[in-house]
Design a protein around this ligand. Sequence first.
Ligand SMILES: Cc1cc2nc3c(=O)[nH]c(=O)nc-3n(C[C@H](O)[C@H](O)[C@H](O)COP(=O)(O)OP(=O)(O)OC[C@H]3O[C@@H](n4cnc5c(N)ncnc54)[C@H](O)[C@@H]3O)c2cc1C
Length: 300
Amino acid sequence: MAGENGIVDCLVIGGGPAGLTAATYLARYRRSVLLIDDGRSRASLIPESHNYPGFKGIKGTELLKRLRGQAQEYDVAFETDRVLTLDRADDAFTASTRNRRVRARRVLLASGLVDESPVIAGLDGGGDGGTLRYCPICDGYEAMDRRIGVLGPLETAGAKAIFLRTYSGDVQLFATDLDKATSERQRAFTQAGITVPGRAVSVVRHTGGVAVTTDDGGCWEVDVLYAAMGCKVRSELAVQLAAACSDIGLLEVDAHQRTTIEGLYAAGDVVADLHQLSVATAHAAVAATAIHNSLPHNPR
Ligand SMILES: Cc1cc2nc3c(=O)[nH]c(=O)nc-3n(C[C@H](O)[C@H](O)[C@H](O)COP(=O)(O)OP(=O)(O)OC[C@H]3O[C@@H](n4cnc5c(N)ncnc54)[C@H](O)[C@@H]3O)c2cc1C
């Protein structure tokens, strides 16, 4: 749907589950929508999801295909590109990509985040859903009673290790900053039933498992290794406009998914909330409805 006077009702930045769901809702509210996506959805890395409501098991790429197909049934304009800048003036936004400039009355930022890959010999960083994983909430259940390793800084990896005790009595924490492990912290991990060996120096993935070598000369076999290295939140376009965010860039929103910048909404992993498919699509439904209600009435 072409916008009037060269301005679209809503520019959606990001074509993952959040952006695609919002585009469908907005088009069904008869709003002009342009979705720009540079094709790096976290959902495309999901080998098979088992906790997405209504699906017993679905590959991430298949879910994206279905969400995109649904949006394509309506009048949504799609572009494969990257939004490089976003400015706001006179109650409207101007976004620029390598190829063009777009004006929009509202913007929904659904740009997600990128997991940091472990930099360690033997790991290429690619999660495979089997031996190397990123998200215990997503697939911890599938690691039930397995030998689980968690790799990363004490703060983030420690929390993941404790969470993973829900599923297994055999959890090892390979801290990358072991020098920061106070005796109090060590005690807390021991009490939680978590082993903290030396610092991991190399990892060998083999059929059915991972061998982790530590700097104290130890070698540990685990069935599954979770990386917990943090992430890069793709909120830079909002942050440049001075939107409020957490120390790592997760955007603050209100109950209508409004950021602190008027007319700028956010949904999905880019927001400070649980980073899950169902949350991303729920954010999108709320945001799209709030955007529709904030625009001038469009009676038939
Ligand atoms: C290995 C793995 C397994 C997972 N398993 C599950 C699971 O089983 N269940 C579950 O609920 N969740 C799972 N997740 C989490 C789930 O993938 C995310 O919560 C979900 O994809 C978030 O959707 P989103 O639309 O917010 O972001 P994304 O899916 O990451 O989409 C964001 C999109 O925005 C684009 N983008 C960013 N910046 C720009 C820009 N400037 N211009 C244009 N485009 C831009 C990106 O390229 C990307 O395509 C898993 C994640 C991983 C990594």
